[in-house]
Design a protein around this ligand. Structure first.
Ligand code: ZN
Length: 481
């Protein structure tokens, strides 16, 4: 009886395994056939065997969705120029990017080339080595937006590709294949049925939303086809429009791998674990990994400034120093998404969130229960005093970065907390001031604030008045020769 039962069980197992195998096999075979058809449509042998290097220049218009100076559309736009170059046989990748946006100007380079890998900053005139260059991770964003490279990667990883189904959008029929690269969430690729060309792709980022890419205006170069325009949609809205202005195939990368000798060498960025420093009696700056908050002991309670990532960890660290005092206030500097992440944490603490009046909608949206969020709005200035300590919360906007910016000003200590206008670099010289910094300095002058130390939401290192002056007086290093 026992034997019979186990045999029957085995039989049932075998049947279900066979069924599962069949289903999987049918699906992966279909995916493989679609991948082969797409490879053929995109260049066949010329794509898989005869493509060695690629140099692509682009001009991109960015829409600063939820990251503009104001809180609503139409969003601010900005344009950047970039060069991406890849040597597929030798795992070499170069990215050069220059442009502006949100009151920031940048002109940077990254070279991934084994032991000769570097991070370049042409505005500051600095270069640092990269001790552990990661070709796959660094080139990934370029590969994902370049159909020729994406298809080669898809072919290499076809063992984990799946046929996801068929769909029709705006009278065009598509087959959809899903796969994952070595890093990042799975990608769904939409191949146009008539041509087998890659037209769309999409990925879902938990907590962030749906990112869609569109590839248009294909042209032939050395037997491989390249799109001349690219559009990125974030949750259905245009986020980025790119023109591919130049495509060079199988040309050497040599010139792009050279580091201009005039650049000053600085140490490589090291990891930045959570740390706590007492700036003054009862005034702490706590953070790590690029985001920091300031906490002020008001006697019976704590005042917190800044709403960036990791507020719960920062509060935990604070409690090691001050014990169980309640957080009574949590001040938001401005409405950008990376500066309202702390709202839910303050809400959890039972604290009152302080925000600029113009940022009410965004602050409530960031809360778990927006309607019931304890919120205090500041028009121009709000003063908090306790136990002989004075904090002035001042809207010093407008700046080039945001129309309204709340700072926490401690007149007695000469300490000012701000975000996104003047962050001291962790290593290397102070770079020349960007427009955001210049307008911040103007705002401080307008308000008549004689600041001794500027504490930023994005640096563990407070800057002095002299540091700010130095940034304002430094000239930009000349752009790449
Ligand atoms: Zn910002």
């Amino acid at each position: 009886m026992k034997k019979l039962l186990s045999l029957a069980l085995l039989g049932a197992l075998a049947a279900s395994v066979a069924f599962a195998e069949n289903f999987t096999e049918i699906n992966t075979d279909k995916a493989k056939a679609l991948i082969d058809a797409a490879i053929e449509a995109h260049g066949g042998e010329d794509l898989t065997n005869n493509l060695h290097t690629l140099i692509i220049e682009t001009s991109t218009k960015n829409y600063s969705v939820d990251q503009s100076r104001g809180t609503e559309a139409p969003w601010d736009t900005s344009v950047n120029e970039s060069v991406d170059a890849i040597d597929l046989d030798n795992s070499i990748f170069v990215n050069l990017a220059a442009g502006s946006g949100g009151g920031f100007e940048f002109n940077n380079g990254t070279i991934i080339n084994g032991d000769d890998s570097y991070q370049l900053n042409f505005r500051a005139g600095t270069v640092s080595g990269i001790a552990e260059p990661d070709y796959d991770t660094t080139s990934g964003p370029f590969v994902r937006v370049t159909p020729a490279l994406l298809l080669r990667t898809l072919k290499d990883r076809e063992a984990n590709a799946h046929f996801l189904g068929e769909t029709s959008i705006d009278d065009v029929d598509y087959n959809i294949v899903g796969f994952s690269m070595t890093v990042g969430p799975a990608i769904s690729l939409y191949f146009e049925k008539d041509t087998n060309l890659l037209r769309r792709s999409e990925r879902v980022f938990p907590g962030f939303g749906l990112v869609e890419y569109r590839f248009d205006d294909y042209v032939d170069k050395n037997g491989v086809i390249y799109n001349q325009s690219f559009t990125l949609y974030l949750n259905g809205d245009v986020n980025l429009e790119r023109d591919i202005t130049s495509v060079k195939v199988n040309e050497p990368l040599d010139g792009l791998l050279e580091v201009p000798t005039a650049l000053v060498s600085i140490p490589e960025q090291q990891p930045d674990p959570l740390s706590r420093q007492e700036l003054d009696d009862g005034v702490w700056l706590i953070g790590g990994n690029g985001t920091y908050a300031m906490f002020v002991d008001m006697g019976d309670y704590i005042f917190a400034a800044g709403g960036t990532a990791g507020i719960p960890d920062r509060i935990e660290s604070l409690r090691e120093a001050v014990g169980d005092k309640p957080i009574r206030y949590g001040m938001l500097t401005h409405h950008h998404f990376d500066h309202v992440l702390g709202v839910a944490a303050y809400e959890d603490e039972g604290a009152t969130v302080i925000a600029a009046t113009a940022h009410e909608r965004i602050a409530r949206r960031a809360a778990a229960d927006g309607e019931r969020l304890k919120l205090e709005l500041v028009d121009e200035r709000r003063i908090i005093e306790a136990e002989g300590r004075r904090i002035e919360i001042i809207d010093i906007g407008p700046t080039a970065h945001t129309e309204h910016l709340l700072v926490a000003w401690l007149p007695e200590e000469g300490i000012l907390f701000e975000a996104d206008h003047f962050a001291m670099p962790r290593v290397g010289p102070i770079p020349p001031a960007v427009t955001s910094t210049k307008t911040f300095a103007e705002a401080l002058a307008r308000q008549g604030l004689s600041v001794k130390r500027i504490v930023s939401a994005h640096s563990p290192k407070p800057g002095t008045r002299e540091d700010l002056e130095q940034a304002l007086n430094r000239e930009e290093f000349q752009a790449r020769q």
